[in-house]
Design a protein around this ligand. Structure first.
Ligand code: PRX
Length: 655
């Protein structure tokens, strides 16, 4: 992604500015008094007890925001809209993957459904602070389940339904979840695929290498979605439709402390073990609500809002569920893939429901580009008035294509930088206020403090690359890594400990106009279609196969997915026949898919005689990355054996 044209800028359209939620004075207000600014933003929400202090940073790096304040997140996302007389508004237009399978849920209906689910979960004896794992496709029940947890102060841990039983088990054990909420199966490209079976495997340990016991799990609650046959464990398993609908719709939400943990979300770090990122309530919802209002220019009762992310990722949490519902939005929730039954699906949905705000990812935009401009052109997309992008740097070509073909050549694009850890958007243009440049996230939002520094924590000059750091705490920041506060300090706060900066793990630069460009990860984390996967996770899955002695994995540029996973493996014994080597490569791909998820499957696997190592035995990934990206190797003088790259090139078997 190097075609950065720093000169091309798009000024805000005055007509947009005239009606925009955010005005330029937002920057001034935050600049004048940051904490007073956040104090004001928190008043977007309903609190049952007011806070005594905006921020307590005395226990840094663990922040307390809105100290002593009490609120109920589900009340803020559901009940208060009903109480305000907007119960008849649609909260969710749910659209199933099979055509004509759709359901609209109003805020009043959502309140009843969430109350029923909350009453059921309480009947199990769960109490505030208990953990609930949710392993589900994008069904209405996933929203209901998350909000029911929030209502009761249960901490949910949503696990992407594309993750393997192995990955699910790891997350269940780490959080000691008492309940798993799942579905019998999910529709994928027109076919039902089992899901409950994966939960059974995860819990019984079938095909799973787990250290824990999964003994924490007492109940598996199953949504009937596909009608697929499922195995049943009496006393543990319950069908949602047999236990939830008969519950009462009366449920009084209790207010919880602002710092009560709302959810855990596991994300890849630089080691094989995923990190359970901890998010709390008041600060999280404040920043979620504030950013959704200002960055997406959302107007309740007018806009139809679609965030295309799956709920298994942080974007699906913050901008699929909590932020839009806190603002009383009318949301599109689509269960399936964008090409089911064909490539017109997203555009048909936009046209049919009159979507006005569309928030998606560069990888999908590039996929649309490949399918061709005639597909969006066949639909009336004129309702769209704002486009968003998240997950990876958007290349300028994709940015322009997005604006021209989905945004009628006029819609502002908000390129939003943030992370699972930040909880909500941190860097983005404000539509109607900030001018935009294709490929740049432009500038930190009002209330957010960012710097780009060198190794010595000195701010770099314009056009120089450095490390992206956050220099002040922010309300929706993570409060730790579940069960491992030391790793929390080490990972994010040790690099610039003296200055107290949060190290984001991304490289970035300012251009000469002061626009911020995010340049990608500077650690061993890959970004595949906007999904974070660590090289060591994939390496450990590969060496888990009996035939593999050693593996090295790198992320290489890929036209559609941003990065692709490229693996180099050394075998334990001799496998000489080409056919056998290819078969083994297929097996290795399947192994990674089984261990982690199909999304972690390497694009290329090369069987090599050796790996490039320094004299001290460290694998030189840079050389492998060069090779994977088709560049002729750089400096090989530090290699223990300088001929290695030649050998890999000549003797490697690629599949
Ligand atoms: O490298 C950055 C990239 O995605 C990482 C965060 O990944 P995750 O926690 O999975 O959250 C993704 C959705 C918020 C970041 O460290 N990233 C995210 N958004 C952008 C981005 N890179 C460039 N531009 C963005 N807009």
């Amino acid at each position: 992604m190097t075609d950065h044209d720093h000169t091309q800028t798009y000024a805000p359209d005055p007509a947009f500015t005239a009606q925009a939620n955010a005005q330029a004075d937002l920057y001034d207000a935050a600049g004048a008094d940051r904490l007073a600014f956040w104090d004001e933003q928190a008043r977007r929400l309903d609190w049952s007890t007011e806070w005594s202090e905006v921020l307590d940073w005395s226990d840094a790096p663990v922040a307390k925001w809105f100290v002593g304040g009490r609120l109920n997140v589900a009340h803020n996302c559901v009940d208060r809209h009903v109480e305000a007389g907007n119960g008849d508004r649609v909260a969710i237009h749910w659209i199933g993957e099979p055509e004509d399978d759709a359901r609209d849920i109003t805020y009043a209906e959502l309140k009843d459904e969430v109350s029923r689910a909350a009453n059921y979960l309480s009947s199990l004896g769960l109490v505030a602070g208990d953990r609930v794992a949710i392993y589900m496709p994008l069904l209405p029940e996933v929203y209901i389940a998350m909000l029911a947890c929030a209502r009761l102060g249960l901490t949910h841990s949503v696990v992407f339904a594309g993750f393997s039983p192995n990955a699910l088990r790891q997350r269940i054990d780490d959080a000691e979840a008492k309940v798993v909420i799942t579905a019998d199966g999910q529709f994928r490209r027109g076919k039902p695929a089992p899901l409950k079976a994966g939960v059974d495997d995860a819990l019984s340990g079938n095909g799973v290498d787990a250290e824990g016991t999964a003994e924490s799990v007492q109940t598996v609650l199953v949504v009937r979605r596909t009608g697929l046959d499922v195995e049943w464990t009496d006393g543990r398993d319950a069908w949602w439709d047999e236990v939830v609908p008969q519950q009462s719709t009366e449920h009084t939400p209790e207010a919880f402390d602002s710092e009560h943990p709302l959810f855990l979300l596991y994300t890849s770090g630089t080691t094989g073990k995923p990190k359970g990122i901890v998010h709390t309530s008041g600060g999280y919802l404040t920043q979620a609500s504030y950013t959704h209002h200002n960055v997406f220019d959302h107007k309740p009762g007018q806009d139809v809002y679609w965030c295309t992310a799956d709920v298994g990722w942080v974007t699906g949490h913050t901008y699929g569920v909590y932020a839009p519902l806190s603002n009383g939005a009318e949301c599109i929730v689509y269960e399936g893939t964008p090409n089911s039954p064909d490539e017109h699906r997203h555009f048909q949905i936009i046209e049919k429901y009159g979507v006005t705000i569309y928030y998606s990812a560069p990888t999908l935009v590039r996929t649309f580009m490949k399918w061709g401009a005639e597909i969006p052109a066949a639909h009336d997309l004129s309702s769209i008035r704002l486009l968003g992008s998240v997950g990876e740097p958007i290349n300028p070509e994709a940015w322009r294509w997005y604006r021209d073909n989905l945004g009628g050549g006029t819609a502002p694009i908000v390129d939003t930088w943030w992370q699972t850890e930040t909880g909500a958007i941190m860097i983005s243009p404000l539509p109607g206020v900030t001018e935009t440049k294709p490929g740049s996230a432009m500038r930190p939002l009002p209330g957010i403090s960012v710097s780009i520094v060198d190794n010595e924590a000195k701010e770099v000059a314009a056009e120089e690359q450095g490390f992206l750091v956050l220099t002040e705490p922010w309300p929706s920041m993570l409060r730790g890594i579940w069960g491992d506060m030391e790793r929390y300090r080490d990972t994010y706060w040790s690099r610039f400990a003296e200055e107290g900066y949060y190290f984001a793990g991304d490289g970035a630069k300012w251009d000469s106009d002061g626009a911020l460009w995010v340049l990608g990860r500077v650690d061993d984390v890959m970004n595949i279609s906007g999904h974070r996967i660590s090289t060591s996770e994939v390496e450990s899955a590969l060496v888990g196969h009996r035939a593999v002695a050693e593996a090295a994995v790198v992320g290489a540029n890929d036209e559609t997915t941003g990065q692709a996973i490229v693996a180099y493996v050394i075998l334990r014994g001799n496998v000489d026949a080409e056919e056998d080597r290819q078969k083994l490569i297929d097996e290795l791909r399947a192994e990674v898919s089984r261990e982690i998820s199909p999304i972690a499957k390497p694009r290329d696997i090369t069987i090599v005689p050796e790996l490039p190592k320094t004299r001290s035995g460290k694998i030189m990934r840079r050389l492998l990355k060069d090779m994977a990206e088709g560049r002729d190797g750089g400096d090989t003088s530090t290699l223990s054996d300088p001929t290695i790259m030649e050998q890999i090139r000549e003797k490697g078997t690629r599949g």
